[in-house]
Design a binder for this molecule. Structure first.
Ligand SMILES: [Mg+2]
Length: 243
């Protein structure tokens, strides 16, 4: 169960050695599944990025926080989504009705470039009027080759503060994502990620070992909580250390 951002790529640019690492795992007969908290890309955009990184994959190999968040919405519910295409696609697939203005049953916040004062005001108002507040994930940052950008958690915090309500969160390490992984991949045996607070806690919740790679948001001097069962520089080093 391999995380994408900070493990496979940084802002869509493949990290060195990742294609070889996944090739070696598959050559050993290991099934590789990718679990991401990034709700912004659609499944076809994610698959196009995988293709550019020369990592063959199909939609069945991907689990996203967008899908986890959509599982918390009932078909037919009106959802005001402050989120990009991946979240919108998952909500539509679920049978939710996307609305741009209240009334709404749910306000769903995911990572998006299109985050303005006006949209924040509309979303917070809908929550104050009674809509449930769901966040795709609460990652504070998003790793890129140029450094850390604000993550969906930073946007969600703005809505939480403005609305004066807590959010239910869908992605790693929360219940909706855990349930989705348990249901689709009960055979999972190892969680690989770059962020202990999401990937590490997910591993713990699934009762699986956690391998931390230092190619993303966590540096060699950073505290690691929960502790990792293995720490390597990147995915290729991890795969080769597994023998
Ligand atoms: Mg990551």
């Amino acid at each position: 169960m391999i995380d994408l951002d900070g493990v496979v790529w940084l802002a869509g640019e493949a990290i060195d050695g990742v294609r070889a690492a996944i090739g070696e795992l598959r050559a050993r007969g290991v099934r590789v599944v990718f679990a991401t908290n990034n709700s912004a890309p659609t499944l076809s955009e994610l698959l196009a990025r995988m293709e550019r990184a020369e990592i063959p994959a199909s939609a069945e190999d991907l689990i996203t926080s967008a899908q986890a968040a959509a599982s918390m919405v009932a078909p037919g519910e009106r959802v005001l989504a402050l989120a990009d295409g991946g979240a919108r696609e998952a909500l539509t697939e679920r049978g939710a009705a996307l609305v741009e203005v209240p009334p709404a049953d749910v306000v769903l916040v995911g990572w998006t470039h299109d985050f303005t004062f006006e949209r924040l005001a509309v979303a917070a108002g809908a929550v104050r009027a009674g809509a449930r507040l769901i966040g795709t994930n609460e990652d504070p940052t998003h790793p890129t080759p140029e450094g850390l950008l604000p993550g969906a958690g930073a946007l969600l915090a703005a809505v939480v503060t403005a609305a004066g309500r807590e959010a239910q969160v869908a992605g790693k390490p929360h219940e909706a994502m855990i349930e989705l992984i348990r249901r689709r991949h009960p055979e999972a045996s190892l969680v690989v990620g770059d962020r202990p607070s999401t990937d590490g806690l997910l591993a713990r919740a699934l009762g699986l070992p956690f391998a931390l790679v230092l190619s993303g948001v966590t540096g060699p001097e950073d505290p690691v909580d929960p502790p990792a069962d293995k720490v390597t520089g990147d995915l290729l080093e991890l795969v080769r250390s597994l023998g």
